[in-house]
Design a protein around this ligand. Structure first.
Ligand code: SAH
Length: 205
């Protein structure tokens, strides 16, 4: 998986590849073949991205100072796999999920895989989690019509980065925002398809 799906497509940071080699994806994904080059279904009608997209988002969110001790917020815990990758990289991870049952099973899986320091929060992640701000990186793993303002406000002013699919319910672009003081610099154009971000600053129910 690491060589054929991630490194061969141009993501070659050694710590990133090590983390993907180490985290047992089969603990987090039960349906289909966990290491296949495809998105797979999760309970509650949700989807986990193919490994390459998880790697692409993680790579885009890399804090300037590196991952060790970085404060990272994930919106959309789902299976817990992306959170495990961030924890393996050495980040202090908080992950918000709106479905309580997904959060609970992600908590069990993270514990089974040895990532028991990830903080899981149940609620509407379009509000972020102000108690843990500022964040060096914010990764939103569901697609919204625009970047929720609270998430921008919770980014570290000295180079905090946010990665999120932005677009319609059926088609989005992976958007990267880097904060420099009160300036928010946008980049990124990769087309992606994610499940919708449902909440006050996302899509409606
Ligand atoms: N990152 C996950 C996959 C996430 S799928 C993994 O590694 O497995 C997207 C998730 O976002 C779904 O679980 C969905 O329930 C959740 N979600 C959608 N809108 C949300 C919101 N406003 N707040 C928190 N979670 C949300």
């Amino acid at each position: 998986m690491v060589h054929e799906q991630i490194a061969s497509r141009g993501l070659r940071e050694p710590d990133l590849l090590r983390a993907f080699a180490k985290v047992p994806r089969h603990v987090f994904v039960e349906a289909g073949s966990p290491y296949a080059d495809e998105a797979l279904p999760l309970p509650a009608g949700q989807t986990i991205s193919q490994p390459y997209i998880v790697a692409l988002m993680t790579d885009a969110a890399r804090p300037a100072v590196g991952w060790q001790g970085a404060r990272v917020l994930e919106i959309g815990t789902g299976s817990g796999y992306q959170a495990a990758i961030l924890a393996e990289l050495g980040a202090e991870v908080t992950s918000v999920e709106r479905h309580a049952e997904l959060s609970e099973s992600a908590g069990r899986r993270l514990g089974d895989a040895g990532y028991d320091r990830v903080r899981l929060v149940v609620g509407d992640g379009t509000h972020g989690w102000p108690q843990g701000a500022p964040y060096d990186a914010v990764i939103v793993t569901a697609a919204g019509p625009s970047v929720p303002k609270p998430l921008l406000d919770q980014l570290a002013p000295d180079g905090g980065k946010l990665v999120m699919p932005v677009g319609t319910r059926v088609h989005q672009e992976l958007t990267v925002v880097e904060r420099r003081g009160e300036e928010f610099i946008r980049s990124g154009r990769d087309p992606v398809v994610f499940v919708p971000l449902i909440g006050e600053h996302g899509f409606g129910e």
